[in-house]
Design a binder for this molecule. Structure first.
Ligand SMILES: Nc1ncnc2c1ncn2[C@@H]1O[C@H](COP(=O)(O)OP(=O)(O)OP(=O)(O)O)[C@@H](O)[C@H]1O
Ligand SMILES: [Mg+2]
Length: 274
């Protein structure tokens, strides 16, 4: 499919997370970092959804910091605010109040265009349903975020990202010609293609059997070892146990935040590619 047609179809299935409107590659960066080790600092985030007379306090004063290179799981019951928090961290949504510092910048005051730029350049997203364009090849799907930022060598960079997820030999397959685990790896390649510093995954293994889910977590481990900061929302304790840091949410608040380094180290299994 031609890039313009593919882009139009992407709009149709709401892939706005990784899109941007014609931001040149050489646009000036806005970074001014106070503490270069911290990539995320959240201060008393509140998110209130208003539905008529009713208010839903989806986030009720969430504060935490993430150090570059961390691999963190967020767990908690359905409705506890995990996706709301991820959407704010991913600059897809804004808090009602509170402050969000990303790489030392207060992004809570950013305009829509500035948030779009941050999403496109610094954040990769992975979703439970993969969100791949069904009529494009794996490689075209991976290339997609680059089409919105006037990038050079888009095809070559997309193939490099396919290599990072060990799927070079499936580059020309369409999503329905791939297994669930392979589809999620394509989605991960798409998240990586812009070289983001942070990858956010909301229930990335929710549609996969446990073996395939563990293989995806192994891939996340490998990426983490290459320096990517990861935040993974999951319902599954087994999946969370792959992460060194586990944050537990309840009723819009963080009720526990633990370092499980020993458990995470013992969970790591030998590589098992599909
Ligand atoms: N757009 C919205 N408008 C109104 N209320 C919303 C909206 N999005 C989420 N909520 C409410 O905010 C609360 C937190 O929702 P959220 O999606 O963050 O939960 P979650 O922890 O991700 O749940 P799940 O595990 O089921 O995905 C819920 O009570 C939900 O009903
Ligand atoms: Mg959710």
């Amino acid at each position: 499919m031609a890039p313009a047609a593919a882009a139009a179809e992407a709009d149709a299935i709401d892939q706005s997370y990784f899109m941007n409107t014609a931001i040149p590659e050489n646009a000036p960066a806005e970074t001014t970092t106070a503490n270069p080790r911290l990539c995320i600092e959240l201060h008393e985030l509140v998110k209130i959804y208003r539905m008529g007379d009713q208010e839903v306090h989806a986030l009720d004063g969430v504060s935490f910091s993430a150090i570059k290179g961390e691999m963190t799981a967020i767990i908690g019951a359905s409705g506890s605010g995990k996706s709301t928090l991820m959407n704010i961290i991913g600059c897809l949504d804004r808090p009602t109040s509170g402050r969000y510092m990303l790489d030392g910048e207060d992004v809570s005051v950013f305009s829509d265009n500035q948030l779009a730029r941050i999403r496109n350049k610094r954040i990769g997203f992975v979703f439970q349903n993969f969100n791949l364009l069904p009529r494009n090849t794996a490689l075209e799907n991976v290339e997609m975020p680059l089409l919105y930022s006037a990038s050079h060598n888009a095809r070559h960079r997309a193939m490099e990202a396919m290599e990072r997820v060990n799927l070079r030999d499936r580059a020309h397959h369409e999503p329905n010609q791939l297994s669930g685990g392979q589809r999620q790896r394509v989605a991960i390649a798409r998240a990586l293609v812009t070289n983001p510093t942070i990858v956010l995954a909301d229930e990335p293994t929710g549609n996969l059997d446990s073996r395939t889910g563990n293989e995806i977590m192994q891939l996340f481990h490998d990426l983490n070892e290459q320096g990517v900061t990861l935040i993974i929302v999951t319902h599954e304790p087994d999946i969370a146990a792959h992460c060194r840091r586990i944050i537990i949410m309840r009723d819009g608040q963080i009720i526990d935040d633990k370092d499980t380094s020993d458990a995470a180290a013992s969970k790591k299994s030998p590589r098992n590619d599909t």
